[in-house]
Design a protein. Structure first.
Length: 271
């Protein structure tokens, strides 16, 4: 299998035709029969993979991209779907993207890819396609609960997700009701994911202003959380980073296995 074939398998799962800017092939390769997969990959994992004669290494998180911030634009469709006017959403998104853009300028974007080139091991990362799949699967699961219960309580959402996905049951982090009480109603909700990273305080505040009662993020920075906690309205559920990422990644790895690729998963993947 060629690295292009691997990319196509990931894209096909979410009907994407092009690799989003938070995903890339750093070192192409062919005749791939074995893969070392990790949510995060650094030079140590690359070196190990080379020594152990893996044919290719795949990371989930971007490793040295400078335009990955553009994927944050995907928040717009999700915000519009909840009634946020396009111009309002865009203003919030622009502010966040500016921060991500200059944040990436500060990073050593070629540290890991240059090492993969040096030792000559095929290396790529697939981020947004897997997160989008995870977004769809988790959203569908919550929709199923809402269909059954009408307006479920927050703890029922948590229990339902844990019952539905082994990744949530097996993760060391548990699904947390970060703002709100267990017996509060879910109300108008959004599972906000698959757009580079969570929208932090700015995107959350915008949703709350447009009558979203409960935002579900996979993770949140402490500074954003503290700002959200100061608001006198709005609820927040945090599902957990590695578990939620793994839910979108596992179907992709299953597809590779169906194609006779041997997968060794490390680096936080819950499989
Ligand atoms: Fe992710
Ligand atoms: Fe992640």
């Amino acid at each position: 299998m060629h690295t292009d074939d691997i990319i196509k398998i990931a894209l096909d799962l979410v009907e994407m035709t092009e690799l989003p800017n938070d995903s890339a092939v750093y070192v192409p390769g062919e005749n791939i029969g074995s893969i070392l997969y990790g949510i995060d990959i650094g030079v140590g994992e690359l070196l190990y993979a080379k020594e152990q004669e893996f044919d290719c290494v795949i990371a989930h998180h971007p490793v040295g991209l400078i335009n990955h911030f553009e994927v944050f634009q995907r928040h717009q469709d999700q915000m519009i779907s909840k009634g946020v006017p396009k111009e309002v959403a865009q203003k919030v998104i622009n502010k966040k993207m500016l921060g991500f853009k200059f944040g990436s300028h500060a990073r050593n974007y070629d540290a890991v890819p240059s090492f993969a080139r040096l030792i000559g091991i095929p290396f790529l990362n697939i981020h947004c396609p897997s997160d989008e799949l995870g977004r769809r699967l988790i959203t569908a699961s919550i929709e199923e609960l809402v269909e059954k219960k009408g307006d479920p309580l927050l703890y029922e959402v948590k229990t339902h997700l844990e019952d539905s996905f082994a990744e949530f049951r097996e993760a060391k982090t548990k699904i947390e009701i970060a703002k709100g009480e267990e017996n509060d109603l879910l109300g108008n909700w959004i599972f906000s994911h698959g757009a580079l990273t969570n929208g932090g305080f700015d995107v959350a505040e915008c949703y709350y202003q447009y009558n979203v009662d409960t935002i579900i993020y996979i993770h949140i920075a402490p500074t954003d959380l503290f700002q959200i906690l100061k608001l006198d309205h709005g609820q927040l559920i945090i599902t957990g980073h590695l578990a939620s990422d793994s839910i979108g990644i596992n179907p992709f790895l299953d597809k590779l296995k169906e194609n006779d690729i041997q997968i060794t998963a490390v680096g936080g993947l819950i499989r």
